[in-house]
Write a protein that binds this ligand. Structure first.
Ligand code: ATP
Ligand code: MG
Ligand code: MG
Length: 381
């Protein structure tokens, strides 16, 4: 029985455990807040500290990229960490991430790295408005971002960012990446896996919708073959450059036929949750297979599938279960505003049926957490 230690004890570690159990895998999670190794589904059950967790497992992986570097370094020393600490650190630092994209020669938004006021002035010269500023470290769900639409806001924004940089507590210096805003047609992501033998399998492109900076809906439906193969090519370049092992997600802005990389996530990803119902092998199982050196499972789309995030809500009408194909996935977390509490997967025999079911589902959820009849549904109804 393979023993896997996951750095992080959130919903992604939990779903890895739920996918790994039928494969006879033993999954434990390292809670970075308490520094304890715990059961991923029952975090009250404590096994011990990181050192004993490392000693007792066969393979170590991470469910998020913002893991303290000393923890990553310790895991790396054991020779059991997949993906590598370098890949995880790159995913957790937008400066390193941009450098990686440049070295792979993949298209991305024009950007300037900022540490000082002089860099900020340089960014205003080199980039046209509007500009989005993102913290180099620790950002997720659109947190740690500033948007500059007119030059009158520049001083105020710089003062906020300067204070933000000065107050950073990380062992690595905080900084900012300024990016040209991309007038995208839609946002898509590609989730795929590369195993220890270098074998690659990617899922179909997924269309993503955000509400208040948080992913709200992902839809997996067939994309144009050329777009899919462009995305797969970018995946291969990045994964091979990193000698990557595990599931990797790449977020793109689609502008016409062109794909610009927004960011990468060195882990299983929210936009891949639909694979639990829409593919033969879900991203959690494929991640485990990849890091344990097993052949990868099927990534083809079985039927159009959508994932709806349940955000800041813990009381949903049982009526949702009357919608055919609904699959509910609660994370067993305490309710908090803006917190991802669960997700719901939904399938249809075609895009029309899926769109109809999405509309039905949205009428049963809190309206502010659901984009007003999202553009996918509109397109097909
Ligand atoms: P995540 O939760 O996906 O990790 P994050 O906090 O890392 O989010 P980004 O994905 O970089 O942040 O940005 C959040 C959202 O803001 C994007 O999905 C997109 O909608 C918008 N955005 C970010 N950068 C740009 C850009 N350069 N041009 C246009 N929109 C952008
Ligand atoms: Mg991110
Ligand atoms: Mg993102």
């Amino acid at each position: 029985m393979k023993k896997v230690l996951v750095l992080g004890a959130g919903q992604l570690a939990r779903m890895m455990d739920l996918a790994g159990a039928p494969l006879g895998m033993d999954i434990k999670a390292f809670d970075v807040r308490t520094n304890k190794v715990v059961h991923p589904v029952d975090p009250e059950h404590i096994y011990g500290d990181l050192q004993s967790g490392i000693a007792q497992c066969d393979v170590i992986t991470a469910e998020f990229e913002h893991v303290a570097h000393n923890t990553l370094n310790e895991c790396e020393k054991s020779g059991k960490l997949f993906p590598s600490s370098d890949a995880i650190k790159i995913g957790g630092d937008r400066r390193l991430e941009k450098a990686l994209l440049e070295s792979c020669k993949v298209a991305n938004a024009k950007h300037v790295v900022i540490a000082t006021k002089a860099d900020f002035d340089q960014a205003l010269k080199q980039l046209a408005l509007p500009i989005i500023f993102k913290s180099a470290l620790e950002g997720y769900d659109g947190k740690g971002q500033w948007r500059l639409k007119s030059l009158e806001q520049a001083d105020a924004i710089w003062q906020e960012m300067e204070a933000f940089i000065a107050n950073a507590t990380s062992s690595v210096a905080q900084g900012i990446v300024a990016e040209q805003m991309v007038p995208f047609d839609r946002e898509v992501s590609l989730v795929g896996a590369r195993n220890t033998h270098g074998e690659i399998a990617v899922y179909p492109l997924t269309e993503n919708h955000h509400t208040n900076g948080i992913l709200s809906v992902s839809v997996a439906a067939p994309s144009e073959a050329s777009l899919q193969s462009n995305a797969a090519e970018v995946f291969k370049k990045i994964a091979e450059q990193l000698n990557y092992v595990g599931v990797l997600a790449i977020e793109f802005f689609q502008v016409g036929e062109e794909l610009l990389v927004n960011e990468i996530a060195p882990r299983v990803h929210n936009s891949g949750h639909w694979t639990q119902q829409g593919a033969d092998t879900c991203q959690f199982e494929n991640h485990l297979r990849a890091i344990c050196g097993l052949p990868l499972g099927g990534t083809q789309l079985i039927r159009p599938t959508a994932m709806v995030n349940v955000i800041g809500e813990d009381d949903i009408s049982d009526e949702i279960y009357s919608i055919p194909s609904v699959a509910m996935h609660w994370y067993d977390k305490a309710k908090r505003d803006g917190r991802k509490m669960a997700h719901i997967n939904l399938c249809g025999k075609d895009e029309v049926e899926l769109a109809e079911r999405l509309v039905q589902l949205s009428s049963l959820l809190k309206q502010e957490s659901f984009p007003d009849l999202d553009s996918f549904a509109k397109r097909y109804l």
